[in-house]
Design a protein. Structure first.
Length: 637
């Protein structure tokens, strides 16, 4: 459990502080409800207040009935005298029932809306935080527990209503009891305090346990989900991974069960202690009532009403405590949601900044050093990197796995800021730039671009989510990426759902997805196109076509940043940067880098020749570039 050290602020609170905090928590729920549906909130509040008044009036009427029935005179006379009070009891009961149903309807209307408002509140923020926050383990832990907060906010409405109902009813019963005899009130409180203590103690324990185990539970659920995951399904079967996953799922579930057992036995012990104290308080209460009757300090009718008031009062108090307990438990999760929103606000991508020049001549990386936040690696992902990306040119980034190519692309897109050095868009430092403006100017297509579980149309159109659908533009983008054939082969064309496991869902191949991804980036129509290994799943012909088209974009004035391991594809790039361990090892044109006598370590030439060697046919040596007196090299030829 060493990796889980989350401590919510509530864990530091004592029981008294919790009780004191309760009104504020109820207040924040009411504010949330007001934002969700003011009218429904008023309806619930009015119905609950009316219900409380009806209950108090009902109790007073019961007292009148008892006084009349237990008074002097003929039975028929006493009955007749009690009729008006009896009618009042019936009327208050009917009014109470009607108001209850009004409140139930209002609560039912309010709850889903509160859930939506609370969910939107955090989703809207989390979608706008810096990428570094999303990748931050601490932020994720907060996200894990806060996700329960929206559901808790929904449930809090019901518990809030129940708490208010029970509180109003309790005040009514306590008022009547005080009027009957002031000594009865503290006794009523004594009867219920032990259960209040026990309920709050149990809730607090459950919350602490939840926080300690939240990631364990998530990991267990993940194992369960892997067993039914569509993408994992082939490997699960062929490699017989099912029993392995199941075994670990069971081990994790059993560990969780032991925690539940521990909590249950603690709860049983606490409950038993509380019940003992409640029993003693009940005996004392009825004892006092007996003494009052015995000494003649209280009449029989009053004692009868007092018994009813004590029973209703203690039932209300019991309900109040139980509901308060639920409310408290839920409020802890809502508080987590509040903390997540605060943390997200702190880490939001700023929505202001310097506008970028309308026409940028070049983006320049000046001695950029960058280490991923939270990593313990001593070596930065990028170290003193200087790269120039002129507008309208093709710049290729090549290098071994982990050399920093994708990281450089992410910094270019404004997803991270350098720790040292600057990324300059002409004169404007990207760290100070208006990020929305910067994002607007780039389109990215990576090897693992997102496969949206939507229709083919949306999968391309989502490149420009705000723009209205224009089928001509979508067709042009698809044609550009060679995705038009894929789309026309789909059972419902553009409207085919690309999500296996849903009705009408269809699965396409990796290469077909890649064509759609390229079409999406093309549809975005940004000034800088970053293509990170975009063609790895394409067949040779399609790949060639995509590269030719990408070159064509540069001719139209767009800037292309091309990341690839297929060195043959970068031979037409205007500049090639070769990265090694986060540094630029060498750069130049293809011809310059292929010259055996070139300055620098000759890394590109070595890598190229290794690739070319793999394409040797029948013992013939791979061709070398034309300027060395050989025909242009194509490792695949
Ligand atoms: N999100 C991340 N968090 C922490 N470290 C990362 C992250 N992404 C990459 N790295 C690390 O940064 C270094 C550079 O990775 P990067 O993905 O930029 O390499 P690359 O040249 O694109 O590699 P490849 O050719 O395999 O795609 C690697 O050491 C990698 O482990």
């Amino acid at each position: 459990m060493g990796w889980n050290h989350h401590h919510g602020s509530f864990l530091e609170l004592g029981l008294r502080a919790m009780v004191l905090r309760m009104p504020r928590l109820i207040g924040s729920t009411i504010r949330l409800a007001r934002r969700a549906d003011r009218q429904a909130l008023l309806q619930v509040a009015a119905a609950e207040a009316g219900g409380g008044i009806a209950q108090a009036v009902g109790l007073v009427a019961v007292n009148r009935v008892l006084v009349q029935l237990l008074g002097h005179g003929e039975t028929t006379e006493r009955l007749t005298a009690a009729v008006p009070a009896l009618v009042a009891v019936a009327v208050t009961a009917v009014v109470g029932a009607l108001l209850k149903s009004v409140s139930t309807a209002g609560t039912g209307r309010l709850e889903p809306k509160v859930f939506r408002v609370a969910t939107e509140e955090y989703l809207e923020r989390v979608a706008r935080v810096e990428l570094a926050a999303v990748e931050d383990e601490e932020f994720h832990k907060l996200l894990d527990s806060a996700q329960w907060g929206a559901e808790s906010a929904r449930r809090m409405i019901r518990f809030c209503v129940s708490v208010i109902t029970a509180a109003i009813a309790l005040v009514a019963a306590a008022g009547v009891l005080t009027a009957l005899h002031p000594a009865l009130l503290p006794l009523l409180a004594m009867m219920t305090l032990p259960s209040a203590w026990s309920a709050l103690t149990i809730a607090r324990r459950r919350y602490v346990s939840f926080h300690t185990w939240v990631q364990h539970a998530r990991a267990g659920q993940l194992l369960g989900r892997l067993l039914i995951d569509v993408q994992a399904a082939p490997e699960v079967r062929v490699h017989n991974i099912g029993p392995f996953l199941l075994r670990h799922f069971r081990t994790m579930a059993e560990t969780g069960e032991r925690e539940q057992t521990r909590l249950a036995s603690l709860a049983a012990r606490t409950g038993l202690v509380a019940s003992g104290w409640t029993g003693l308080a009940t005996v004392a209460t009825y004892g006092v009532l007996g003494v009052l009757l015995w000494t003649g300090a209280m009449g029989l009718a009053v004692a009868g009403t007092a018994v009813i008031a004590i029973r209703t009062g203690s039932a209300n108090l019991e309900a109040l405590v139980v509901q308060l307990n639920y409310l408290y438990e839920e409020s802890l999760f809502v508080a987590d949601l509040g903390r997540l929103c605060q943390e997200a606000d702190r880490r939001l991508i700023p929505d202001t900044g310097r506008p970028l020049p309308r026409r940028v001549d070049a983006v320049r990386f000046e001695n950029v050093t960058f280490t991923y936040p939270g990593t313990t690696d001593s070596r930065p992902a990028l170290e003193e990197v200087s790269v120039t990306i002129p507008t309208g040119k093709v710049v290729a980034l090549v290098g071994n796995n982990g050399s920093g190519k994708s990281t450089l692309a992410k910094l270019l897109c404004g997803l991270y800021a350098p720790d040292a050095g600057r990324v300059l868009w002409d004169g404007v430092d990207a760290a100070e730039a208006d990020r929305a403006d910067l994002f607007d100017r780039v389109a990215v297509v990576t090897q693992d671009f997102y496969r949206w579980p939507f229709t083919a149309r949306i999968n391309v159109a989502i490149g420009r989510p705000e723009a209205p659908y224009d089928d001509d533009l979508l067709h042009a983008a698809a044609e550009y990426a060679g995705a038009d054939e894929t789309v026309s082969s789909l059972p419902r064309g553009w409207d085919t759902l690309l999500a296996r496991g849903y009705k009408g869902g269809h699965q396409i191949s990796g290469g077909q997805w890649q064509r759609l991804g390229i079409a999406r980036a093309r549809h975005r129509d940004a000034r800088i196109l970053v293509v990170d290994e975009p063609t790895s799943a394409l067949d040779a012909e399609a790949e060639q076509r995509v590269f030719d088209r990408i070159q064509g974009l540069a001719a139209e004035g767009r800037t292309i940043v091309l990341i690839t391991h297929r060195l043959h594809s970068v031979r037409h790039a205007d500049t090639i940067y070769v990265l090694e361990h986060g540094r630029v090892a060498e750069h130049g044109t293809f011809e310059e880098l292929m010259r055996p006598d070139a300055d620098g370590p000759g890394l590109f030439r070595r890598m190229y020749l290794v690739q070319a060697e793999q394409y040797r046919v029948d013992g013939r040596t791979a061709a070398l570039p034309a300027q060395q007196g050989h025909p242009a090299a194509d490792p695949r030829s």
